[in-house]
Write a new protein. Structure first.
Length: 448
């Protein structure tokens, strides 16, 4: 590695780890040249590279400063909203978004709106390498750009699959939006219990073997309300069972791009590009855009493209051109690397704090589930403590959380738990909010 590249790498790390904070002046050219035993020209080259990447900026006659962070995490003045996984648009730097929009306008200046239903070719060529870094190996022809995951789940639920089967299998708890949709239509649904240990693989194989399972919808990490991760062994076994019994897996990796996990590979990794549909959204990293991807296996491409062509006239699922252009500019710039690292660092910091606070809780009152990946985690309450009462009491203190009840297809399986999200709260007030939540729970238990 060249010296200027080492300087860039070290400064990026210090900025991400907040050793040098937003708006702070970087060390002088002389100081950095002495530290690395190099010329001022080498330091200038490093600083200029960071400047073109919008990580730092220069002031005439003053020096170089750290640019606006992508993650501002300003708390809402009217309360603490832990009931939604969607970050606020205002938490992202308008400076960086403007930079991507400017690049997008240049990148797509020669395109017309008449593009293929699989997406703009120049963006499609980037996606295989991007996904491969996350353990999803697919060719460009298998990768389709879509507006969002929920509309695509509607599409898959209603369309025929190559296996000719009819029943949908879901884990409980799961996405409340998908549960709501399934309840609104006439479709056969089976459920399998998921808890902090994962799912029962023997029960899963019995379903796959003896029931008419079209696909199994599973959220192995991040977006599941529990905030837990299915183990490497379970992820591998799920895919092996699906291949054995001709069942498709729909893997919702909704928050995949927000929290890097060491050595994690998705279920799709074990699929041999068969019987697994992989979904990922980018709305959590660029919330002003409506863009996601669906990785479609070879044996389903013809069906998928045929129905996509038909649905074009009444349900257009392709992201608009500006979303595609902005996302391509984002991937091609260093902002993606910077943003990914900042989000992941922020999530790790807040979840570590959550686990620390909850370690002092009496499990007779409340027990923490998850808080190891992504924005969500669950608090399971003592059976005598009513979830709705806890939510109501906290609302009076301007703390907003959500019941997990809507995440269960069968309401009788509801486990008396609440789901919390750290997407809209910064680390500083999170500790106090968690203490308040526990105090309310203990108070309600004491007055039973």
């Amino acid at each position: 590695m060249k010296i200027y590249e080492q300087i860039c790498q070290d400064l990026k790390r210090d900025i991400i780890n907040k050793k040098v904070k937003q708006g702070e002046r970087l060390p002088s050219l002389i100081a950095v040249s002495k530290q690395y035993q190099c010329s001022k020209g080498t330091v200038i080259k490093a600083f200029e590279q960071l400047r073109t990447q919008r990580i730092i900026f220069s002031k005439p006659q003053s020096g170089y400063y750290v640019a606006d962070n992508l993650m501002r995490e300003e708390d809402h003045p009217k309360g603490f909203f832990l009931d939604s996984g969607n970050p606020t648009i205002g938490s992202f730097s308008s400076f960086d978004v403007s930079h991507c929009l400017h690049l997008a306008a240049e990148l797509y200046s020669k395109y017309s709106i008449d593009v293929t239903l699989s997406g703009v070719p120049s963006l499609n060529t980037l996606l295989p390498d991007y996904l491969a870094r996350e353990g999803v190996y697919a060719k460009a022809k298998n990768i389709h750009l879509i507006q969002g995951i929920t509309p695509m789940l509607t599409f898959f639920t209603l369309c025929p699959f190559p296996n000719g089967k009819k029943t949908i299998l879901i884990e409980e708890p799961t996405s409340k939006h998908y549960v709501s949709f399934l309840k609104s239509i006439d479709v056969n649904v089976l459920t399998i219990r998921r808890d902090e240990t994962g799912i029962d693989l023997k029960q899963l194989e019995a379903y796959f073997k003896h029931e008419d399972i079209k696909f199994f919808f599973v959220i192995p990490r991040n977006h599941n309300p529990l905030g837990t991760i299915l183990s490497h062994h379970q992820r591998k076994a799920i895919m092996e069972l699906a291949l054995k019994h001709d069942v498709y897996i729909i893997e919702d990796d909704y928050f995949g791009g927000t929290h890097k996990l060491p050595k994690y590979v998705p279920i799709h990794f074990f699929s041999y590009q068969k019987h697994c549909i992989y979904l990922r959204s980018f709305s959590k990293t660029l919330p002003m855009l409506r863009i996601a991807i669906a990785v479609i296996p070879d044996d389903f491409i013809e069906t998928f493209e045929s129905i996509s062509q038909q649905s074009y006239y009444y349900s257009y699922h392709m992201p608009d051109l500006i979303s595609q252009a902005t996302y391509e500019a984002y991937l091609r710039s260093s902002l993606f690397e910077k943003h990914y690292a900042q989000i992941s660092h922020s999530i790790h910091e807040k979840l570590t704090l959550t686990r620390s606070v909850a370690s002092a809780w009496d499990p007779q009152y409340a027990s923490l589930i998850g808080a190891k990946s992504g924005y969500y985690f669950t608090i399971k309450l003592h059976p005598t403590i009513h979830v709705d009462t806890v939510i109501s009491r906290l609302r009076q203190r301007n703390i907003f959380i959500a019941s997990n009840k809507k995440a269960f297809y069968n309401s009788d399986n509801f486990d008396n738990s609440v789901r919390l999200s750290i997407a809209k709260i910064s680390s500083e007030p999170l500790r106090e909010v968690l203490h308040t939540i526990y105090e309310v729970i203990v108070d309600l238990k004491a007055n039973k």
